[in-house]
Design a protein around this ligand. Structure first.
Ligand code: MN
Length: 258
């Protein structure tokens, strides 16, 4: 029998029965980049240079050159980004399976906790409490940590750094392992500048979300926004990184179908 599911989905879209939510921050030089200690290689910010704008450099056309780090703005982390994922097959942006670019999402609301504690850590207990309301996280789902961090408008507020480093929420070590080993998730997404908490350099292992997710061939999404417009379950996420040769990640447009 003819499978009409794509046709029915297109009809639902055309009839406005599917809402699209843009989970992407505008990519510009104003958007904060991750900052590392000075002895480490820096993350280049986004730079756009005008080539022509209906002028002597191009009378009928407008276009720009741009450059940035692969991990600038709302972006995707591929397994090869971390040393634990360096030998996994199909671990780069040009080789990872396209089937992984569309998946459902579980949104865990940590906005209340993060508003009073910028170092808030998502724990297994928190996830189990979420599951007692919404059901068990389905395999191959994105887990998106809502913190409302994307509503912080200045670099200072967004990075929230002091002499002890960045103070931003993220997952603890045990919950990362739980999501991978017990729930077979596809990846972890966050509104902050990295999938790991600002203080995760102090964890064992350091940066556990990068360490374990990428080591398991799984993915990260960072600098997401509008997570407050998603249901806890039931949204479909389209996250297709640029097909950069040997890319460790890429800025991208992340869309949710609700
Ligand atoms: Mn990244």
């Amino acid at each position: 029998m003819l499978n009409r599911s794509v046709e029915l989905f297109a009809k639902a879209l055309a009839e406005g029965r599917v809402t699209l939510v843009d989970l992407t921050q505008t990519l510009s030089s104003e958007f904060p980049c991750i900052e590392l200690p000075p002895q480490l290689g820096p993350c280049a910010p986004f730079v756009s240079t005008e080539v022509s704008r209906y002028d002597e450099r191009g009378p009928a056309w407008y276009w720009n050159d741009f450059s940035c780090n692969e991990h600038t703005g709302t972006h995707f982390d591929a397994p090869v980004h971390w040393i634990t994922g360096k030998d996994i097959p199909n671990n780069t942006t040009d080789t990872l399976p396209v089937a992984d670019m569309i998946a459902s999402a579980c949104v865990i609301d940590c906005s209340t906790e993060a508003s009073t504690n910028p170092d808030f850590l998502l724990t297994v207990e928190h996830v189990l409490r979420w599951e007692s309301v919404h059901g068990q996280i389905e395999p191959r789902s994105w887990v998106l940590m809502r913190t409302d961090w994307s509503k912080r408008k200045s670099w200072e507020e967004f990075r929230n750094a002091n002499e002890t480093g960045q103070h931003t929420p993220g997952p603890d070590v045990a919950v990362v392992r739980f999501l991978i080993e017990e729930r077979s998730v596809l990846g972890f997404g966050t509104e902050c500048i990295g999938t790991d908490a600002g203080q995760a350099f102090l964890f064992d292992p350091p940066y556990p979300c990068h360490h374990f997710m990428h080591g398991a061939g799984l993915y990260g999404l960072q600098c997401l926004c509008n997570l407050d417009r998603l249901p806890s379950i039931g949204a479909l996420i389209i996250a297709a990184p640029l097909k950069l040769k040997n890319g460790s990640g890429s800025p991208l447009r992340v869309l949710a179908l609700v």
